[in-house]
Design a protein around this ligand. Structure first.
Ligand code: PMP
Length: 299
């Protein structure tokens, strides 16, 4: 926190801090060799995540008082200080300090890290859990009102409305439509569907976060798995009529979805392409895919 290793319980700030004006990133590091085991950790997508953090800061008028290399070193030190040997989530947060002058603002920079349980890895039973989703009656925030491409905390008020709505009705999660009525993304992850052997995902212009995971998947599904990928708008009815659907994101990794609004996807769950994508991505994360080792940065 602000240049020092601080225990979470001691990382205290005033109740008057404008944390709601803050931005953040969600990054993960996975165990090399076998992500369900213990060992050395590699960060997936450090560069695109940290570039997005800087873009989010710019859009929101914040200035990160470090250079990107210092953030990487600070992240490494934080993970090491915790002695982590299993997969960890890393969430850099930046917000304006309370009481700093407008002409000379100051910013808090904190890098919380914690362990998480992955859905991925061979034979992981968490992957196969049923997940019933709805299309939310809340639209995703429009890019010309509150840009979803910048990862600011305020955007998640919109996500919270949709996920609470889903839970109220007894569902597991929600998919947004954008302000034009096209399929957008989920509350904390992007969406991909499979139709007739092709993977389809909405474009960034459909008011979604430029997801790092989505970018990696678009690249490897086409190039390494030989499955055609289309980035294009599609409608709610096309979503219902898909053979498979899955979420992708740092938190969600590759998460299969069973149904949307009661319309079930395909005869087999999780679907074959979803499973193939998840297994390959697990290998990428574990550093087993030579061609994709450039996406990893050692802790
Ligand atoms: N959309 C939203 C709203 C998210 O919060 C996230 C998680 N960061 C994603 C998509 C997935 O983005 P990424 O792959 O960069 O984690």
């Amino acid at each position: 926190m602000n240049g020092e290793i601080v225990e979470t319980e001691r990382a205290l700030v005033s109740a008057m801090e404008p944390i709601h004006l803050g931005i953040f990133e969600g990054i993960k590091a996975y165990v090399e060799g076998d992500i369900l085991d213990e060992g050395n950790l590699n960060i997936i997508g450090w560069k695109p995540h940290i570039d997005r953090l800087w873009r989010s800061a710019d859009v929101n008028g914040l200035k990160i008082p470090y250079i990107k290399e210092e953030m990487l070193e600070a992240t490494r030190e934080t993970v090491k200080a915790n002695g982590f040997k299993t997969n960890v989530y890393i969430q850099p947060r930046i917000w304006p300090k309370a009481g700093a002058s407008r002409s000379n603002p100051e910013f808090h920079v904190v890098i919380p890290t914690w362990k998480f349980d992955t859905l991925l890895g061979r034979g992981n039973p968490r992957f196969n859990a049923e997940r019933r989703y709805i299309v939310s009656s809340w639209r995703r925030i429009a890019s010309d009102a509150m840009p979803p491409q910048a990862k600011s905390w305020a955007n998640y008020a919109n996500s919270g409305l949709a996920s609470r709505e889903a839970r109220r009705y007894g569902y597991d999660g929600a998919i947004f439509l954008d302000n034009r009525g096209f399929v957008c993304e989920a509350t904390v992850a992007c969406l991909m569907v499979v139709r007739n052997g092709r993977v389809i995902t909405p474009p960034v212009t459909a008011s979604l976060l430029e997801s790092v995971t989505r970018g990696f998947l678009i690249e490897f599904i086409a190039e390494d798995l030989g499955i055609p990928v289309e980035v294009k708008d599609f409608t709610r009815v096309e979503l219902y009529a898909s053979d498979e659907a899955f979420l992708c994101g740092t938190g969600g990794e590759v998460t299969p979805i069973t149904s949307v609004d009661g319309f079930k996807f395909g005869d087999v769950y999780p679907g074959p392409i979803t499973t193939k994508v998840a297994e390959y991505y697990s290998d990428v994360l574990a550093g087993k895919v030579g061609k994709r080792k450039g996406w990893l940065t050692s802790v």
